[in-house]
Structures are given as structure tokens and as C-alpha cells.
Design a protein around this ligand. Structure first.
Ligand SMILES: Nc1nc2c(ncn2[C@@H]2O[C@H](COP(=O)(O)OP(=O)(O)OP(=O)(O)O)[C@@H](O)[C@H]2O)c(=O)[nH]1
Ligand SMILES: [Mg+2]
Length: 307
């Protein structure tokens, strides 16, 4: 993941700092939400449904002369399905590749989740973030903090955060920036993510599927971008939503095509916000039985176990 090393820049008299930070925690802990808030841009997929993030995603924050490369990961959880095994692999890979870890634990979670993480982390430096503090009273917050403080020798810092409290998010960046070592920048400091526009468009369409469809569909579907053409004033995108079964195809399309239209409109608006250009998006739906259960079909969808 360090192949993108770009420039050993000296700004004024000071040397640059840079480091990779893996963002870990169980599904739905608030990882992608935190990163979008820190970057001030909607790059990572967020959903009230768990297991939204499937692949590692690099998001870059410049804090003065410090480049923090966050690696958003799928939530850590055990499951039988091959796609879920891939997701766990992605999280574990980030854990071992990165210099530091942010571990997110929703404030109401059992402390045993953090103990399990400590086993996985094997002494790696991390900051423990207690998330969604807006959902509990001050008393509950202090009680939880006191329990976690018993582990103070394990973490570098313990910070309660809420997406609704921007000062708590600022504190995360300040503490983290101090921990990042002197290094040349790994990426051009002008960019927000080395992931391509095509990959981000895919995530935005997946998010619209997550938000507009219920039951098993978000988990049993994926999106393939079949055409991405950038013209000076418009981006042309063709994408196919892949599902397991005919019945799911019917649900994605909806009566008279209304659901697919809604998904397409929502995704188009969000891609337009991201690329700051007009977007022409055409969506199709295709049945590929057991795409998430076989290594070969997962590979075709961009989930490669050898990566
Ligand atoms: N009330 C409250 N809700 C939050 C906060 N942070 C995140 N959420 C909500 O929690 C849900 C899950 O957020 P995500 O950011 O998708 O969680 P994630 O950890 O990336 O989840 P996976 O990608 O599935 O592993 C979303 O509905 C968010 O809006 C917070 O500080 N307060
Ligand atoms: Mg996520």
C-alpha cells in the first residue's frame, strides 16, 4: 500500500509527517461517518444498516504539514459467507499494514468487544474512540469512560466522540497528528482519496441501494460500473446492479420501474456533488446466482482474495 510514495517535500523549514491509520470497529460503529465528517466530503459509504463498507478505502486528511491516510475498513465480525470472509480479511490487512489504529466502540457496547480487539491488535498503538455519545446521558458516558480507563496502559488516548459535536472530532485529529512520525508524503497533498472516481461512484450507487431497498437485498447485491466516460462538461456512467435471484431483480426494479428510478436519481445527485459535474447515469439489473459465494465471481466483482 505504500507504492504511491510521491514527494519528500520540505515546507518552509519543517519536515513533513505522514502515516497510515486503520479505522476499525464492529459493523455500524460509525467508522465511515467519522471519516466523512473529518474530510468534510461524502466519500465513504454510510448506512444505518450494518456491513455497509466492503473494501478498504484510503481517505487523506492534511492537518498542517501532516498527512493522515485513513484506511476505512469493513466492520470486524465473523461470518460464514465468502463475501464476509473477504471483508474480515480487508479489516485484518489494514490492521497489520497501518502505523496506527483508531478503534471505534459505540458507547453502549460491551467492553468485551474492546478486549477482543486488544487480542487482535497485539500491542499495536491505537486510540480508543467511544462513539455516538449523543445517544446517552452524561452519567452513562462517565460510567463507560471509567470502565475503559482500566485499560489505560493499552491505548494512547481515550476520546468520546459524537458526530454532532465537532470539537470532539477536532480532538481526534489533534491527538492523532501528534502521533504521526516524520515521513515524506505518500500521496499528493491535493487529493482526498487515491481511490478512483469510478470506485467512489460504485460506492455511491451501493449506498443508494442500501438506503432504498430492504431485507436481504443490500447484502446480496453489488454494483459493477460498466462504462465511465469523462467529458469536459458531463460524466457518462453505466452501471449494473447484480443480485442473486430473479425475485430480487423484480424488487430492485419495483412497480413500473419506480424503485430503480429512485435509486438512480439519488445516486446521480450524490455523484454530481462529488465530481462537481453533470452526470448521466444509466442503471441496469442483472441476476448472477451466488456471486457472493464463489471466489471467481467475487474476483470479477473486484473483491480479490490475493490483493
Ligand atoms: N446518533 C449518532 N449516530 C451516528 C454517529 N456516528 C454514526 N452514526 C450512525 O450510525 C450508523 C452507522 O454508521 P457507519 O458510518 O455506516 O458505520 P460503519 O462503522 O462504517 O459501518 P460498516 O461499514 O457497516 O462497518 C449510521 O446510521 C450513522 O448515521 C453519531 O455520532 N451519533
Ligand atoms: Mg463503513
Amino acid at each position: 500500500m505504500r507504492e504511491a510514495s510521491c514527494c519528500n517535500k520540505k515546507i518552509g523549514s519543517s519536515v513533513t509527517k505522514a502515516g497510515f491509520v486503520a479505522v476499525l470497529g464492529r459493523p455500524n460503529a460509525g467508522k465511515s461517518t467519522l471519516l466523512n465528517a473529518l474530510l468534510g466530503e461524502k466519500l465513504a459509504l454510510v448506512s444505518h444498516k450494518a456491513n455497509a463498507t466492503r473494501k478498504r478505502m484510503h481517505l487523506i486528511l492534511m492537518e498542517g504539514e501532516t498527512q493522515i491516510i485513513f484506511v476505512d475498513t469493513p466492520g470486524i465480525h465473523k461470518q460464514e459467507k465468502l463475501l464476509n470472509q473477504y471483508m474480515l480479511k480487508e479489516a485484518m490487512q489494514a490492521l497489520s499494514d497501518c502505523d496506527f489504529l483508531l478503534f471505534l466502540a459505540p458507547i453502549t457496547d460491551k467492553i468485551s468487544n474492546y478486549q477482543e480487539f486488544l487480542q487482535l491488535a497485539q500491542g499495536k498503538k491505537h486510540i480508543l474512540l467511544l462513539t455516538k455519545t449523543d445517544q446517552v446521558s452524561k452519567e452513562v458516558l462517565f460510567e463507560a469512560m471509567a470502565k475503559y480507563e482500566k485499560f489505560k496502559d493499552s491505548y494512547e488516548a481515550l476520546i468520546p466522540i459524537s458526530i454532532k459535536d465537532s470539537s470532539s472530532l477536532k480532538r481526534v485529529v489533534e491527538v492523532l497528528a501528534k502521533l504521526i512520525p516524520e515521513n515524506p508524503y505518500y500521496y499528493d497533498p491535493e487529493i482526498l482519496s487515491p481511490n478512483t472516481t469510478k470506485e467512489i461512484a460504485k460506492e455511491i450507487i451501493r449506498e443508494a441501494v442500501f438506503e432504498n431497498l430492504s431485507d436481504e437485498i443490500p447484502y446480496e447485491s453489488d454494483v459493477q460500473i460498466t462504462l465511465y466516460k469523462e467529458k469536459p462538461d458531463v460524466h457518462y456512467i453505466k452501471a449494473t446492479i447484480i443480485v442473486h435471484k430473479e425475485s430480487q431483480k423484480g424488487m430492485v426494479i419495483g412497480k413500473g420501474g419506480t424503485t430503480l428510478k429512485r435509486v438512480g436519481k439519488e445516486a446521480r445527485i450524490n455523484i454530481e456533488k462529488f465530481v462537481r459535474q453533470k452526470v448521466f447515469l444509466e442503471l441496469f439489473v442483472k441476476v448472477v446466482p451466488s456471486w457472493s459465494k464463489e471466489k471467481e465471481s467475487l474476483k470479477k466483482m473486484g473483491y480479490n482474495f490475493e490483493d
